[in-house]
Design a binder for this molecule. Structure first.
Ligand SMILES: Nc1ncnc2c1ncn2[C@@H]1O[C@H](COP(=O)(O)OP(=O)(O)OP(=O)(O)O)[C@@H](O)[C@H]1O
Ligand SMILES: Nc1ccn([C@H]2C[C@H](O)[C@@H](COP(=O)(O)O)O2)c(=O)n1
Length: 227
C-alpha cells in the first residue's frame, strides 16, 4: 500500500512532555514547508484562563464540565504568528502566566473540556496541510495522521531549556524541574487521553540535539512520507 501523502493535505502530529521542543520545532517545520500550525496546549490554556476569569473553581470538576462549551475559542494557525482568542480577547500573554500554568492540568483532565477542544481541533485540521502539537494528537485527535512524532528529552535538559528562556530570572533550575515533573505526572496520569506515545509514532529524543538538528531530522521524516 502506498502511504505517501500530498503536502497540501498532510497532517503532522507532534506529542511529548513539556519543554521537549514541540512548539518551536513544529513552528519551524510548518514555516519551512508552508504548512499551518496549531498549538493545542494554547487552547487548553485559553480554556483555563476563561474559567479563572469567570470565577469558576478549576478544581470543581462538575463546574468546569458545565462551563466547557461556553467560551468561544479561536486559534490562528500562521506559524509566523499563531494567535489565540477567548470570547474575542487576545489571551496569548495571560495564558503563559503562573496562574494558568498551575491550573491547566486540572482543567485538561475534565472529559467535557477534552471533548469540546478535540472537536475544535479537528475542525481546524479540516483537510490537513498542518502541523499540530500537544499531548494527544497522535493518540486521540488525529490517530490516522500520516506522520506521528513523539518528542522527548531528559527532565534536566527540558528544565535547562525553560530556564534559558529567562522569563523568570529568579527561578532556580530545581524549581523549574519540579514543576515540569508535576505537570508531566498529571498529564500522563489522567484517565482521559493521557500523554503517551501513539502507535506508529517515531520517537525523537532531543536531549543531545540542538533545535536546528531536531528540525532537520523531523523535516526528513515528513519528506519521506510526501508523494
Ligand atoms: N533541541 C533543542 N535544544 C535546545 N533548546 C531547545 C530545543 N528545542 C527547543 N528548545 C527550546 O526549549 C524551550 C522549550 O521548547 P518548546 O516551548 O518548543 O517546548 P514544548 O514542548 O512546546 O513545551 P510546552 O509543552 O511546555 O509548551 C524553548 O525555549 C525552545 O527554544
Ligand atoms: N493536546 C493537549 C495539549 C495540552 N494539554 C494540556 C496539558 C498541558 O500541561 C497543558 C498546557 O500545554 P503546553 O502549553 O504546556 O503545551 O495543556 C493537553 O492535555 N492536551
Amino acid at each position: 500500500m502506498d502511504t505517501r501523502t500530498p503536502l497540501a493535505t498532510i497532517v503532522v502530529a507532534v506529542d511529548g512532555p513539556s519543554g521537549s521542543g514541540k512548539s518551536s520545532v513544529s513552528r519551524d517545520v510548518a514555516r519551512t514547508l508552508g504548512l499551518r500550525y496549531l498549538d493545542t496546549g494554547a487552547m487548553y490554556r485559553a480554556m483555563t484562563w476563561w474559567m479563572l476569569h469567570n470565577g469558576i473553581d478549576v478544581h470543581d470538576t462538575d463546574a468546569v464540565a458545565a462551563a466547557a462549551d461556553k467560551p468561544e475559542l479561536v486559534s490562528g494557525t500562521d506559524p509566523d504568528g499563531p494567535t489565540i482568542h477567548a470570547d474575542g480577547v487576545d489571551v496569548a500573554g495571560p495564558i503563559r502566566g503562573p496562574e494558568v500554568t498551575g491550573a491547566v492540568s486540572a482543567v485538561s483532565a475534565v472529559p467535557e473540556v477534552r471533548a469540546r477542544l478535540v472537536a475544535l481541533q479537528r475542525a481546524v485540521i479540516g483537510d490537513g496541510g498542518i502541523v499540530v502539537e500537544g499531548r494527544d494528537i497522535g493518540t486521540a485527535v488525529a490517530p490516522d495522521a500520516p506522520v506521528k512524532l513523539y518528542l522527548t528529552a531528559s527532565e534536566a535538559a527540558r528544565a535547562a531549556r525553560r530556564n534559558a528562556e529567562g522569563t523568570d530570572p529568579a527561578r532556580d533550575l530545581a524549581a523549574t524541574q519540579a514543576d515540569l515533573a508535576r505537570r508531566d505526572a498529571l498529564d500522563s496520569g489522567r484517565a482521559t487521553s493521557p500523554l503517551s506515545m501513539a502507535e506508529g509514532a517515531a520517537l525523537v529524543d532531543t536531549t543531545a540535539m540542538n533545535r536546528e538538528q531536531v528540525v532537520a531530522h523531523v523535516l526528513g521524516l515528513v519528506r519521506d512520507r510526501l508523494s
